[in-house]
Design a protein around this ligand. Structure first.
Ligand SMILES: [Zn+2]
Ligand SMILES: [Zn+2]
Ligand SMILES: [Zn+2]
Ligand SMILES: [Zn+2]
Length: 731
């Protein structure tokens, strides 16, 4: 392995390539059900170990030198003068970390400078802490007045008046060495400072931005944490654990309100989000004072994170490089060595599966241990890569942290084995925490900001036609029913492949390769029914408006080809519809071009013809019909003809509902547009239209609430519309 490998995946691939040839990959795979043994084999492989250590040490550079410390501090000073306090705190922390211990003066300067930045961020306790340490490190005496003045200011902010008096005396004594002019300046500064208002900062810690706390349907389930009391855990040999309804549940009901057991913020968000809770960092933010690289929204989060961050501190770049495996290691580190080893010795707990033999407590390690990992069903090279990553993380903890300080070699392998289990679990149990980000006034997008484990919601099996939809309130996962569920029915999540968005064959392939199972949902099992995509992209039946089966293979010339209607079962001419559609395609293209050039009247002429043709030729759910109707609606809205605009939007609304479903976010977005137009017409039209408008508004609000929550921009927007409408109608 002579080549320098920069990224972890490249290194894994290269290891796997040689590992296959040398039989190491199959050896790891064949070490049945003994994960500790797998880690042992890998870490005792001297050749492997050397490369792993080399790569690790390359990532975790922590060479101390006076030059480096000075350089970091000077960069920090430049950032300080630009008032970039967040950035300079990181630089000063780097300076502190890289300063050789014997260079006390340099160390004290970095600490003092950092205290100035902390003061600017109103972090007075942290500021005092740095000042105290700096003063024990040979801090230059001519600089004392400055740092003591800052100390007094911080003490006053914190209301520690007694300490203030002592420091004031120290400050006065420190002035002795100064020249008269300097002394006078500082003395007048002190006067001003003492006259200043005390200005105690309001220390608002971690207040919730969400005023409405969501409570699950029928209240929380006491033996199934985070789940509604309307749900039970069941178990069978072939399905392992799964979730069923113990009473009838209506669409829209909240089925899970769950806190994550562990989470890792994605690298792109590490400077803007709280490292512990994912909350957007407020102006007053709290750094880790050891690395200065990660930030918290509150002192409480900083303290809670110390159980894992004290081991991860300074290792952020190497941990980021292993991707989702970081979360696997995080679980082990958070629980701590003692808890983990005690658990392994408790054979009862290791055997008993939570939720079946005992209640399901999402905070217990037992629950985490028993989440499905499918380790034995993995492909040999996949398992080999996970095992290598687990071995690497074990080595990292051993070399760069005190995590294994009290552990024997065997214990280290055991823990490494558990890291492997958790990494394997990530494949089927990790959840992306998403947030709705506004793209512009009218649209929102889901952004992935962290990866987390929600042990209760994880017990739901997959279906390509799920019963639920997930959303987040901060890092709390909210799962709501998207349709009615009957008592005794299983509750299904969707792991990604949805029958409306992916073909059966692609879904089955993806689920098999990613989650190692064959989907047995209705849409996957029943191979007699066609793929949803085929139905939606059909031509319309001229007799009944149903959809025509797409003819497969061409046995006869196109113009004579007949095809079956799925609804009335008659034979219809395929060619007539094909011809109309081809003509419509050209009209649509020309209409769009006219639109782009601003010739709205021409666009209306062309698109009207296009929509007429497509209404005849295409099935009502066909996306092309919806799209051209939508474009025409835009043109009509542009010239203020809302009557015609309404007609077109009705067509596209049907198409969107057919394609994406009654409770889809796409339908809600379409309803947004539709209700805007109905609002324009409401004052001039009859009561029926107003009733319809209210109905659509409520429907859209319902969908947004299920998907995004009642705090989302879209939901609130509709709420405002509804209030506006009621005042309008009262006039
Ligand atoms: Zn936080
Ligand atoms: Zn840190
Ligand atoms: Zn399926
Ligand atoms: Zn028909």
């Amino acid at each position: 392995m002579s080549r320098e490998l920069s990224n972890w995946q490249e290194l894994l691939d290269s290891f796997t390539e040689t590992g296959v040839r040398q039989g190491k990959v199959s050896k790891i795979h064949q070490t049945r059900s003994n994960n500790a043994e797998r880690i042992k084999i890998l870490l005792e492989d001297e050749e492997l170990r050397v490369v792993l250590l080399k790569w690790m040490n390359h990532q975790v550079k922590r060479q101390r030198s006076l030059e480096a410390a000075k350089c970091f501090r000077e960069t920090g000073n430049r950032q300080f003068s630009l008032k970039d306090y967040t950035a300079c705190i990181e630089m000063y922390s780097q300076s502190i970390l890289s300063c050789p211990v014997e260079n006390e003066v340099e160390l004290s300067l970095a600490l003092a400078n950092r205290s100035a930045a902390l003061f600017q961020l109103d972090l007075f306790e942290d500021c005092l802490q740095d000042i105290r340490v700096a003063l024990t490190k040979n801090y230059p005496s001519h600089l004392l007045p400055k740092i003591l003045t800052r100390k007094i200011k911080s003490l006053r902010k914190l209301g520690l008046m007694e300490d203030c008096q002592t420091t004031l005396a120290e400050l006065k004594a420190s002035l002795m060495h100064l020249q008269v002019s300097e002394k006078n300046k500082i003395q007048s500064d002190i006067k001003v400072m003492l006259m200043d208002d005390q200005g105690n900062e309001n220390t608002q810690d971690r207040d919730s931005e969400f005023d409405d706390r969501i409570i699950p349907f029928c209240g929380e389930n006491l033996s199934f944490k985070g789940a509604s009391a309307a749900l039970d855990i069941r178990h069978s040999v072939e399905k392992s654990r799964y979730v069923v309804a113990n009473r009838d549940i209506m669409a829209g009901e909240t089925l899970f309100v769950e806190q994550p057991n562990a989470l890792v913020v994605l690298p792109d968000f590490q400077t803007t989000r709280c490292h512990h809770c994912t909350r957007e960092l407020p102006l007053k933010r709290y750094p880790c004072l050891s690395c200065g690289k990660i930030w918290f929204c509150s002192n409480a989060c900083r303290q809670e994170s110390s159980c894992y961050h004290s081991f991860e501190c300074g290792l952020d770049s190497v941990l980021n490089s292993v991707g989702i495996a970081h979360l696997g290691a995080r679980i082990v580190v958070s629980y701590g060595l003692e808890t983990i080893l005690a658990f392994l010795k408790d054979t009862e707990k290791v055997k008993k599966i939570s939720g079946i033999d005992s209640s399901y407590d999402t905070k217990s390690y037992q629950v985490m241990f028993h989440l499905v990992s499918h380790t034995e069903r993995m492909a040999p090279d996949e398992l080999y890569q996970y095992a290598l990553t687990a071995a690497f993380l074990t080595l990292l903890l051993e070399q760069h942290t005190k995590f294994f300080q009290l552990a024997s070699q065997e214990d280290r392998y055991l823990v490494g084995g558990l890291i492997l289990v958790h990494i394997c679990q990530m494949v089927s149990n990790a959840h992306a925490i998403t947030e709705i980000c506004a793209l512009d006034e009218n649209s929102e997008r889901q952004e992935r900001i962290a990866t987390a484990i929600y042990p209760s919601a994880s017990l739901m099996n997959h279906s390509c036609d799920p019963t639920v939809i997930n959303s987040f309130q901060g890092n709390t996962l909210i799962v709501r029913a998207i349709r009615d569920v009957r008592k005794g029915d299983e509750v299904f999540n969707c792991y990604g492949p949805h029958y409306r968005r992916m073909r059966r064959i692609e879904r089955l392939e993806m689920l098999e390769s990613q989650y190692s199972f064959v989907c047995t949902c209705e849409h996957c099992c029943d191979t007699n029914t066609e793929d949803f995509q085929d139905v939606i992209y059909s031509f319309a039946c001229p007799s009944c408006n149903g959809s025509l089966v797409n003819p497969s293979g061409s046995y006869s010339p196109a113009q004579f080809q007949m095809t079956l209607c799925r609804s009335c079962k008659t034979q219809q001419s395929y060619f007539t519809q094909l011809k109309a559609d081809l003509e419509a395609v050209s009209l649509d293209a020309r209409g769009t071009e006219a639109m782009d050039q601003g010739d709205i009247m021409e666009a209306i002429k062309l698109l009207t013809k296009c929509v007429q043709l497509r209404k005849r030729a295409l099935f009502k759910g066909h996306p092309d019909l919806g799209k051209s109707a939508d474009k025409l609606a835009q043109c009509y809205a542009f010239i203020g003809n809302y009557e015609e605009c309404e007609k077109m939007l009705r067509i596209s609304l049907i198409a969107v509902e057919e394609r994406y479903g009654r409770y889809s976010i796409e339908k809600a977005n379409e309803l947004q547009k539709f209700t805007d137009v109905l609002m324009e017409l409401a004052s001039s039209r009859n009561q029926d239209l107003r009733d319809e408008l209210v109905r659509h508004l409520e429907e859209a609000m319902f969908i947004y609430r299920i998907h995004y929550g009642a705090w989302s921009h879209s939901y609130k927007e509709l709420q405002r519309k509804k209030i506006h409408l009621t005042t309008l109608l009262m006039k």
